[in-house]
Design a protein around this ligand. Structure first.
Ligand SMILES: *Cc1c(COP(=O)(O)O)cnc(C)c1O
Length: 375
């Protein structure tokens, strides 16, 4: 937790649950990415946290934006982003959204199928398009693999076809999966995609851009490689495959920009032991539906701190406050919390700045969407 967040929590004692995000820490994360990969243009993945204060600050830092829908595009424009700095990066778009984005001046679109390419040709004539390749998501705690991307062979055919439809075949993209904890994932993916890039260029399709997606991890319970380690792997692979003829490089970080800039402050509603349960159950006032969607499968394991830290602990299961049986965050991930923890105590989920507010439900069981404070 940053000093600014600690001060805010102490002085304000905001109602829980809430997200508190330090915009200066976010700016420092952005600067660290820039410094590690100075040749890559940063398109912040808006879905990680689409709040106006986040977008405003990133616009002032010169960021570009990866948007998944027309509402995210509108949010970027409202924050002052230029349409040329926005990529419509979802491969699944309504025709009406494509047309509106095109009319607003957005000129860069992702796709991974003939059908989507045809929609783009009709509703965004002349636009720059890039094809998403499916790559392995091994090493990612939150994989994205099966839903997006196509094969190398199909992508080659699609990129050749793009030109004949009046579109500009601009580049290729991939995503190694979110919370990617191995640097080799980028190395392997770049090798695979660079080969197609070179083949197409030699065949006269003038690609200019390699989009390496997001995936850079945030530190939760376990340590992860530093951004410099990812940068070394990426630049090593890029130089190996392109020599000094590097194409324009794009990265689309979401989690690594906002993740460790925010915490969730929550309250214990009940800490109890029932019947023959081997563990105590700790129920918080935030759960799977209040924004902790990434605890599904216990994939993202937040570090949790309490005011009793340092006192004796015991094993716990941790669940949310709703009446839904799926609203359990952790049963198998071996969490231990202080035995003194009791109803009314505050707890803090560290590094919870990404994929939390945007994943909160609208009043399920009457619980309001997660409150947000930007400091
Ligand atoms: C979600 C997403 C990102 C951001 O991924 P992170 O793991 O948060 O960095 C980037 N690009 C695309 C296309 C995405 O869908």
């Amino acid at each position: 937790m940053t000093p600014k967040i600690a001060r805010f929590l102490m002085q304000t004692q905001p109602a829980t649950p809430c997200l508190v995000l330090d915009l200066d820490r976010m700016a420092a994360n952005y600067a660290a990415l820039r410094h590690a990969l100075p040749l890559a243009r940063i398109y912040y993945a808006v879905k990680a946290n689409p709040a106006a204060p986040v977008l405003d600050r990133l616009v002032s830092l010169g960021s570009s934006f990866d948007a998944a829908g027309i509402e995210e595009i509108d949010a970027c424009l409202a924050a002052g982003a230029r349409p040329e700095a926005i990529s419509f990066g979802n491969t699944i778009k309504k025709s009406t959204a494509i047309a509106r984005a095109h009319a607003a001046g957005v000129s860069l679109f992702a796709f991974d199928s003939d059908e989507e390419l045809e929609k783009l040709a009709v509703h965004a004539p002349g636009a720059r398009v890039y094809c998403r390749i499916r790559v392995e998501n091994d090493g990612a705690d939150w994989p994205l693999s099966r839903k997006f991307g196509t094969t190398i062979e199909h992508a080659g055919a699609l990129m050749r076809r793009a030109g004949t439809l009046g579109l500009d075949p601009f580049g290729l993209s991939f995503h190694v999966g979110s919370q990617q904890t191995t640097t080799a994932a980028y190395d392997v993916a770049i090798g695979k995609v660079a080969m197609l890039f070179t083949d197409l260029t030699e065949a006269g399709v003038k690609l200019r851009m390699m989009n390496l997606g997001g995936g850079f991890p945030t530190r939760y319970r376990e340590p992860v490689p530093e951004i410099e380690d990812f940068a070394t792997a990426i630049m090593g692979a890029m130089t190996r495959h392109f020599g000094n003829n590097l194409p324009e490089m794009v990265i689309e970080p979401g989690r690594s920009v906002v993740g460790d800039a925010g915490v969730v402050s929550a309250e214990v509603v009940l800490a109890s032991r029932r019947g023959d349960d081997a563990v105590r159950w700790v129920y918080l006032d935030i759960g799977r539906f209040g924004g902790l969607a990434e605890t599904e499968g216990e994939s993202i394991r937040y570090r949790i701190t309490t005011d009793h830290d340092g006192s004796p602990t015991g094993p716990v299961a941790i669940a949310g406050p709703t009446c839904d049986g799926a609203d359990i965050m952790y049963e198998r991930a071996n969490y231990h919390l202080p035995l003194a923890l009791t109803a009314g105590d505050r707890v803090t989920l560290l590094a919870a700045g990404a994929y939390v507010t945007s994943y909160a439900s609208q009043g399920f069981n009457g619980f309001a969407p997660l409150a947000e404070h930007y400091v």
